[in-house]
Design a protein around this ligand. Structure first.
Ligand code: ADP
Length: 192
């Protein structure tokens, strides 16, 4: 089994690259952002509660997202592995994920961290907002999401660095160039 965390700030290309990675490596894609947006769309109690935070660019509570991940892992028992996208976003979430995976005997193999400068992030998110219809892709909320990233999510990189699982990837080239860098890292582990 191969478990990958795709890490990086909002707008760093995690969703796009996840699509390519799942196609090539047949992994199960777990994006907490996508799961939450589905809940919001279906107006479930969880979705209605989460929306308040998402629309303000704030993180949804750890217990909520950790619970969602637990269910996803249980739903997908005999698989090649998982790609976690937009999760873990706090150190508490990273610890919870380690506990869940250790219990199953399949830890995280690698954390690929996309490096993209602040100005490019803002530009990408603003242009995505013009087509995505996402209520959190407007300038005011984008600034808050990036702030929340620095405060709560950036420490997750340190967490994995200590565990010697973190690899930085230059995230500013073309989609194909970034994918080439990511797949070289994945291949090195799979073929080892
Ligand atoms: P981004 O494009 O900003 O990386 P996502 O689609 O991953 O966005 O997430 C959108 C919003 O959903 C976040 O701003 C946050 O409110 C919520 N969210 C997604 N994943 C998590 C998580 N792991 N923990 C807490 N909140 C989350």
């Amino acid at each position: 089994m191969f478990n990958l965390v795709l890490f990086g700030p909002p707008g760093s290309g995690k969703g796009t690259q996840s699509g390519f990675i799942i196609d090539r490596y047949q992994l199960i894609h777990i994006s907490t952002g996508d799961i939450l947006r589905k809940e919001v769309g279906s107006e479930t109690p969880l979705g209605l509660e989460a929306k308040k935070y998402m629309d303000q660019g704030m993180l949804v509570h750890d217990e909520v997202v950790i619970g969602m991940i637990g269910s996803k892992l249980d739903e997908n028992q005999h698989v090649n592995g998982f790609i976690f996208d937009g999760f873990p976003r706090t150190v508490a979430q990273a610890e919870a994920l380690d506990n869940l995976l250790d219990f199953k005997g399949n830890p995280i193999n690698i954390v690929l961290s996309l490096q993209v400068g602040e100005e490019s992030l803002k530009q990408r998110l603003l242009s995505r907002g013009e087509v995505s219809g996402r209520s959190d892709d407007n300038e005011e909320v984008i600034v808050k999401r990036i702030k929340e990233y620095h405060a709560k999510t950036a420490p997750v990189a340190e967490y994995y660095k200590t565990k010697e699982k973190l690899v930085d990837i230059k995230g500013e080239g073309s989609v194909e160039e970034v994918f080439t860098l990511l797949s070289a890292q994945i291949d090195a582990i799979i073929e080892a």
